[in-house]
Design a protein around this ligand. Structure first.
Ligand code: BES
Ligand code: ZN
Length: 635
């Protein structure tokens, strides 16, 4: 057999989507909590683009396949030959593609073979079940849930985990519509990220059946399932929250601004929210991200339930993806910044509208700090520090950092400064209108930008502006952005004042606790960031004094806690180690796990390792793998 090569447009898929493309996907799935399995069928209608197509290559990473049939117009099933290809070197990262052979059909059923090529359509049904190798799913025992009464399961497909649920063209270059049927034992609920169509109870099996549709074509990484003892609370006409029973009303209160965020984004982009409903699902703490923009159903970490709405920028971010990411999608993971940089940009526009420019600029400053430390962490020479990293043969999760977010954001602010806020807004709006339902790379945006500027400005000005922008340098160069952004916020002065007072060695900075407590979380984070950046100038006594004066970390939200713990670890102090242990047993967000484990490894490798080994079962398979990698690289 010839060797199999990854796709050229998207190096993280083996699928031959230039020859055949999935259009309509129908999933019929159930959960077996005892076996920790999702099982059922995936029936896909494909459009054939290449008239001499002889095989369909799908991505697969884990699930067992028991049957593959071609479905005829009369709903007859014709078995197809297939092979699971496991000779590729990158199978750890990309999986073992499924190759469906159409040559055998030609031999055995030529009529049908000719028909599909005449219609350029083929429908294939695959029977599958997941197993413990399927990293995109986590099962929680009932003891690991809020009520401790029922088990729970959820999926996380971005970046390339859809292939761990069922075989598919697992690439953001391809978009399809979905129809989903789920069935589950009452009183549990089994949701899909789409519009709920109907539900009924099956009288023979006593199971609850729910039907969902996603009629806006979506990339595979936006496929999402959750099953558990869930309840719903409404926020507005189109917004609501799902959470484990007992948590929904608290969550609805925390995320009350969802409707406002949607309206501001609609206004900014001059483009309606097309997805009809917007719900937020609060997961158990093992969820590895702050938020994930699954369509109609943003997934979030319960760490956002701070009680004071201080983490609702995450909601603004995920809502923004409804346009940047979910309507207009990066066509491969090298263009990830086109999803995340644009969404960061939108997130800060929303915050500017809700909280003012000083606050939104402060977020840009905090973001810039995280950009600098991420570039230092990778080393300026690493291709991961560029906006177009090379993901050949590796799982894009392994190159995940704030760089595409913050460097991408800064490029957009740079482009905005060139043409002014009003024109830039019009360009964003045109970009969404032009590319919605499609997948793009950054040059598609560049083209819109250049066309718009050329059309709207006089020749001299447009030339001058366009000639001054070195897109390639911004997008392909490694290391720090060559153009240094200045973000100004009145809050930085307040932060400097308090830091200065501590550094001055005054016994008790005046009103320190009162000032600190009244600050918005972002200001608190900036204060801690400043200490972290300059930690060698804070000796142990001063750290202890700051801890005592500011009552760290008792009453603050998880972002503040985690950053304070990082500082103590950077300082190689074990003063917070008991709190850190407790935190690591109740938080699964990678944004916290990574720096805390990395810091602890620097402080005391062996105790960190022992603790991780004892507690890793709490974490999501994705987090477990990424933290394990860090320990493995220590040997
Ligand atoms: N789409 C991302 C999460 C993601 C990225 C999952 C890559 C898997 C692979 C999501 O929109 C996101 O960026 N979440 C952030 C929110 C923050 C930037 C406000 C998070 O989880 O921290
Ligand atoms: Zn995002």
């Amino acid at each position: 057999m010839e060797t199999l090569k990854a796709n050229k447009i998207d190096v993280n898929t083996y699928s031959n989507f230039e020859e055949i493309i999935q259009k309509n996907v129908e999933l019929d799935v159930s959960i077996d909590f005892e076996k920790q399995q999702m099982y059922g069928t995936v029936q896909t209608e494909y459009e054939i683009l290449n008239p001499s197509l002889n095989k369909i290559i799908l991505d697969l990473h884990g699930p067992d396949i028991s049957e593959i049939n071609l479905i005829t117009e009369e709903y007859d099933e014709i078995p197809l030959e297939y092979e699971i290809y496991d000779k590729n070197e990158d199978k750890e990262a990309l999986g073992t593609p499924l190759i469906i052979n159409l040559e055998s059909l030609k031999k055995e059923n030529n009529d049908e073979y000719e028909k599909i090529f005449k219609d350029k359509l083929v429908t294939i049904n695959i029977k599958f079940n997941t197993n413990e190798k399927c990293n995109g799913i986590q099962y929680l025992t009932k003891e690991q849930t809020h009520s401790k009464q029922y088990p729970f399961m959820f999926t996380q497909c971005e970046a390339i985990q859809c292939r761990t649920l069922f075989p598919c063209q697992d690439t953001p270059s391809v978009k399809a519509k979905y129809k989903v049927k789920t069935s589950i034992e009452s009183p549990l609920t089994f949701l899909f990220g789409g519009i709920a169509k109907s539900h009924y109870s099956d009288s023979s099996t006593k199971k609850k059946i729910m039907l969902f549709e996603q009629n806006i074509p979506i990339p595979s990484y936006l496929v999402a399932f959750v099953a558990g003892d869930l309840e719903f609370a409404k926020i507005s006409k189109r917004c609501g929250v799902w959470a484990e029973r007992g948590l929904a009303s608290k969550a609805a209160n925390e995320f009350i601004d969802a409707e406002k965020y949607i309206e501001i984004a609609e206004n900014y982009l001059n483009h309606p929210y097309e997805w009809q409903t917007y719900n937020i699902l609060v997961l158990p703490f093992s969820f590895p991200f702050g938020g994930m923009e699954n369509p109609n159903l943003t997934f979030v970490t319960p760490a956002l339930l701070a009680g004071d709405r201080s983490m609702s920028n995450v909601i603004g971010h995920e809502i923004s993806h409804s346009w940047t990411g979910n309507l207009v999608t990066n066509k491969n993971w090298a263009n990830f910044w086109v999803n995340e940089g644009f969404t960061k940009f939108m997130e800060r526009k929303l915050d500017k509208n809700l909280l003012g420019e000083d606050m939104s600029n402060l977020e840009s400053i905090v973001g810039n700090n995280s950009l600098i430390s991420a570039i230092k962490m990778y080393g300026e020479d690493s291709h991961f520090t560029s906006l177009s990293p090379d993901f050949s043969g590796i799982d894009p999760d392994d190159g995940f950092s704030t760089i595409p977010y913050e460097k991408g954001y800064q490029l957009l602010v740079y482009l905005e400064e060139k043409v002014g806020e009003d024109m830039f807004r019009e360009i964003m709006s045109k970009y969404i209108d032009t590319f919605k339902y499609k997948s793009v790379d950054w040059t598609d945006f560049k083209q819109i930008y250049e066309e718009y500027v050329t059309e709207k400005m006089n020749r001299r000005n447009s030339r001058k502006i366009l000639n001054s922008i070195d897109w390639n340098k911004w997008v392909t160069e490694k290391g720090f952005p060559s153009y240094k952004m200045e973000f100004k916020s009145k809050y930085t002065k307040e932060v400097e004042d308090l830091i200065g007072q501590f550094l001055d060695g005054k016994k008790n900075p005046e009103n320190a606790l009162k000032i600190f407590k009244e600050w918005h979380t972002n200001v608190k984070l900036t204060f801690l960031d400043e200490i972290k950046k300059d930690v060698k100038n804070f000796d142990e006594d001063l750290i202890l004094k700051i801890k005592k004066e500011l009552n760290l970390v008792e009453e603050y939200n998880d972002d503040v806690k985690a950053l304070w713990y990082e500082i103590t670890l950077d300082k190689k102090l074990d003063i917070e180690i008991e709190n850190i242990k407790q935190f690591l047993q109740t938080h699964g967000r990678l944004k916290y796990l990574k720096p805390l484990y990395y810091g602890w490894i620097n402080l005391d490798l062996e105790s960190a390792r022992t603790f991780f080994d004892e507690n890793k079962y709490l974490y999501h398979p994705i987090s477990r793998r990424l933290i394990q990698n860090k320990f493995d690289s220590q040997k």
